[in-house]
Design a protein around this ligand. Structure first.
Ligand SMILES: C[S@@+](CC[C@H](N)C(=O)[O-])C[C@H]1O[C@@H](n2cnc3c(N)ncnc32)[C@H](O)[C@@H]1O
Length: 267
C-alpha cells in the first residue's frame, strides 16, 4: 500500500477510538457510527446530533441519489455514513478505509443495521484506490483528507474513480497557517485555495463550497469542556487542548471546516 502513514493512523485510532465513541454517543440513541466534528447548528446539543446534521447537509448537496446508484465512501471509519446512506436512499456503497480495524467495526455495523448486503468493505488507500477508472456514481470523503500526506495523489484518484458527470463530497478541516496548529504530527491540513487548484487541475468542477467553520470549532470546544470536566485521562487532556487550539485558530480566521461538492467534468 502506497501510504507510508498507515501505522501512525492505526495507532491514533487504536488509542482514541473508545474515547471518541463515547464522546460521539447520545445517552438514549447510542453511537451513530461516525467519528467527525459534526455541524453544530443552534438547536444541536451533543456530538451525536451534530454528526447527524453534518450528514444531512452533505447528503442534501449530493441528492438526487437514484435507485441502483453505487457510491464510494473514502475513509469510512466505523461505517456510520455508508450505513445511513443505505438506510435512507436506494443506493449501494463501497466503504473503504486504510485501517483494517476501522473497517472491521464498519463491517459489523453494516451487518447489525441490516445493510450488510448493500455495503462492500474494501481495505485500501485514498492515495492509490483499488478501483477501476470511471467506477462510481458518487463519492463521499468526510474528515479523512487531513490524514493524507500526498493530497495531489488523492485528488487525482478522486477524479479517476468517479464516472464522468458524477458528484463527490469532500468535507474536512482547512487551514491557512499550519504554524498556528499546536499538534501537527500526522495532520496535513491544506488551504481552500490549494484544494480549489487541485480540483481544477484534475478536471473536477467545484459546484458548491459550504464553509461551516463557525458551526464547528467553538461549539465542539464548549461541548468538550463539559464532557471532559470530570475526566482525568491523558486523552481528555489531549482533546481539550486540541479543541481549544482549533477554536482559537478558527476565531483568528485561519482555520475552516469546508464541504466541497464537486463534479467530474463530463468529456
Ligand atoms: C476521522 S475518521 C472519519 C471516518 C468517517 N468518514 C466518519 O465521518 O465517521 C478518518 C478515517 O480516515 C481513514 N484514513 C486515513 N487515511 C486514509 C487513507 N489514506 N485512505 C483511506 N482511509 C484513510 C482513517 O483510518 C479513519 O478511519
Amino acid at each position: 500500500m502506497k501510504d507510508t502513514n498507515v501505522d501512525t493512523i492505526n495507532d491514533f485510532y487504536n488509542w482514541s477510538r473508545e474515547y471518541w465513541v463515547d464522546f460521539s454517543s447520545d445517552p438514549h440513541l447510542g453511537f451513530g457510527g461516525t467519528l467527525n466534528f459534526g455541524c453544530w447548528d443552534p438547536d444541536i446539543h451533543n456530538l451525536y446530533a451534530a454528526q447527524r446534521r453534518l450528514f444531512e447537509i452533505f447528503t442534501q448537496m449530493l441528492v438526487p441519489l437514484s435507485s441502483g446508484e453505487r457510491g464510494l465512501e473514502i475513509g469510512c471509519g466505523m461505517g456510520g455514513n455508508s450505513t445511513r446512506l443505505c438506510q435512507e436512499y436506494p443506493v449501494s456503497m463501497v466503504a473503504m478505509d486504510i485501517s483494517p480495524y476501522q473497517l472491521e467495526y464498519a463491517r459489523n455495523r453494516a451487518q447489525s443495521c441490516g445493510c450488510g448486503e448493500r455495503i462492500q468493505h474494501v481495505h485500501g488507500s485514498a492515495l492509490a484506490m483499488p478501483f477501476s477508472s470511471d467506477s462510481f456514481d458518487f463519492s463521499i470523503c468526510i474528515e479523512s483528507t487531513f490524514h493524507y500526506h500526498d493530497l495531489p495523489s488523492f485528488v487525482a484518484e478522486q477524479a479517476r474513480i468517479l464516472k464522468p458527470g458524477a458528484k463527490g463530497i469532500i468535507a474536512d478541516i482547512t487551514c491557512e497557517d499550519n504554524s498556528k496548529v499546536r499538534f501537527r504530527r500526522g495532520n496535513f491540513f491544506y488551504s481552500v485555495a490549494t484544494m480549489e487548484r487541485l480540483l481544477q487541475q484534475n478536471g473536477l468542477e467545484l459546484l458548491e463550497l459550504k464553509r461551516i467553520g463557525p458551526r464547528v470549532f467553538s461549539p465542539i470546544y464548549q461541548f468538550s469542556q463539559a464532557y471532559n470536566a470530570d475526566k482525568r485521562s491523558k486523552l481528555a487532556k489531549y482533546w481539550s487542548l486540541v479543541f481549544s487550539n482549533y477554536a482559537s485558530v478558527a476565531d483568528a480566521g485561519l482555520m475552516g471546516y469546508d464541504i466541497f461538492c464537486i463534479r467530474k467534468v463530463a468529456t
